[in-house]
Design a protein around this ligand. Structure first.
Ligand SMILES: Cc1ncc(COP(=O)(O)O)c(C=O)c1O
Ligand SMILES: [Zn+2]
Length: 387
């Protein structure tokens, strides 16, 4: 067990990890788990790692769950990094890769965060979990809570894709549909959680979903033989995957597993909800709430994110950027990607392929650069968008 404490990402205040925690108790910003990486370095090497099971739990030493506690698992992580030869060559990119997160339990990368966060919540004594969700996080919470034998209360916008709503119900969760956005769902949980005894599992408002998501960064490094790609395109809502990967890169450098080079990180958002793109372009350190948010890529319909300042810092530090794409473009490119690669990608993943094309047109990339796109979910959950 190498977790030492939780540290505020804004004011630096330390918090105990041994009780259920949400945001920093003084400044209300996200907390990051901190590990004794010197000790991890003695216990774990890249060579030992290579012999372990194909699951995110292979990175156990840099995950928060005590070694003797059995994780709540459905086989998450260990997804393929696929060479995109055909789509890549069609658009003139010779070194394009797709991390296919649709191959996780509940068909999205949300499984990573929830596997770790539900494991910790159960270990720390929570019995009722609540989450506001754009869709996929709800399905993942419902699945892991069911497996853990604890209650899940899921708050979703009424117009969340039907598959997500039905999935949560069939996994036995208590589903509440809200006439509003994910931010309204979060506000409703905040209002009721004390009286109901719910632990708030909102992304980055509890400290461990980001730890599950950071394994995207560990896997990517391992799959690319410990050399990070030049560019990452990530469909950004709450930004937990982006923030988590950046944390993973720093941890891996401290462990001596990678060097100091970092990919240029690009946030891809929908034109109908692009708070990070706006803030990035305006040179702001945080993002104002995006009004009238709308997009069929429901995971990108996050008008205000608690980790906005962290994302903006990463995009700038990495010399990356932020770009918005239209829904019609996402829907149109889905079939192109499907035909070229054999993947029915989620609209959020499709957005990254559109963004790639736009960034290529703008001559943002040098020839031969290694580019990784995250397909964060499956198109099968979004049939409403294709009818
Ligand atoms: C398929 C999909 N992609 C991307 C996102 C955005 O993820 P993040 O909150 O890590 O930015 C979501 C969030 O709901 C999602 O469901
Ligand atoms: Zn703080």
């Amino acid at each position: 067990m190498f977790l030492t404490h939780l540290e505020c990402t804004s004011c630096g205040l330390h918090h105990e990890w041994s009780g259920l925690q949400n945001l920093c108790t003084t400044c209300q910003k996200p907390l990051f788990p901190v590990y004794d990486l010197a000790a991890v370095g003695h216990a774990l090497s890249r060579e030992v790692l290579a012999q372990r099971e194909k699951s995110l739990w292979r990175y156990r030493e840099v995950l928060p769950l005590p070694a003797e506690v059995e994780p709540i698992s459905l086989g998450e992580g260990g997804t393929p990094l696929l060479r995109s030869a055909r789509f890549g060559s069609e658009i003139g990119v010779s070194n394009l890769w797709i991390k296919d997160e649709a191959q996780n339990p509940t068909q999205s990368f949300k499984a990573r965060g929830m596997a770790v966060a539900v494991s910790m919540a159960k270990h720390l004594g929570a019995t009722k979990l609540a989450v506001p969700t754009a869709g996929n996080a709800g399905g993942a919470l419902a699945a892991y809570a069911a497996r853990a034998g604890i209650e899940a209360h899921i708050f979703m916008p009424r117009d969340t894709p039907r598959a997500n709503i039905i999935e949560c119900r069939e996994l036995g969760a208590n589903v509440v549909l809200i006439d509003g956005l994910i931010t309204d769902c979060g506000a409703e949980i905040a209002r009721r959680k004390a009286a109901e005894g719910w632990f708030d599992m909102s992304t980055l408002k509890e400290p461990y979903r980001v730890e599950g998501k950071k394994t995207l960064g560990y896997e990517l490094a391992e799959q690319l033989d410990w050399v990070l790609p030049d560019v990452i395109l990530y469909p950004t809502g709450g930004g937990t995957g982006l923030i988590g990967m950046w944390k993973a890169f720093d941890e891996m450098e401290a462990l001596g597993w990678i060097g100091s080079a970092r990919p240029r990180m690009f946030s891809v958002q929908a034109s109908g909800c692009a708070p990070i793109v706006r803030a990035f372009e305006a040179g702001e350190a945080s993002a104002v709430e995006f009004s009238n948010a709308h997009t069929c890529a429901s995971g990108l319909r996050v008008p205000k994110a608690v980790g906005d300042f962290l994302m903006l810092k990463i995009l700038r530090e990495s010399k990356g950027g932020a770009i918005a794409v239209d829904d019609e473009e996402m829907i149109r490119i889905t079939r192109e990607v499907g035909l070229a690669e054999g993947l029915f990608v989620a609209p959020e993943g499709a957005a990254c392929f559109v963004a790639l094309r736009k960034l290529l047109d703008a001559k943002i990339f040098a020839p031969g650069e290694r580019i990784v796109i995250f397909n964060t979910g499956s198109g099968i959950k979004y049939l409403d968008c294709y009818e």
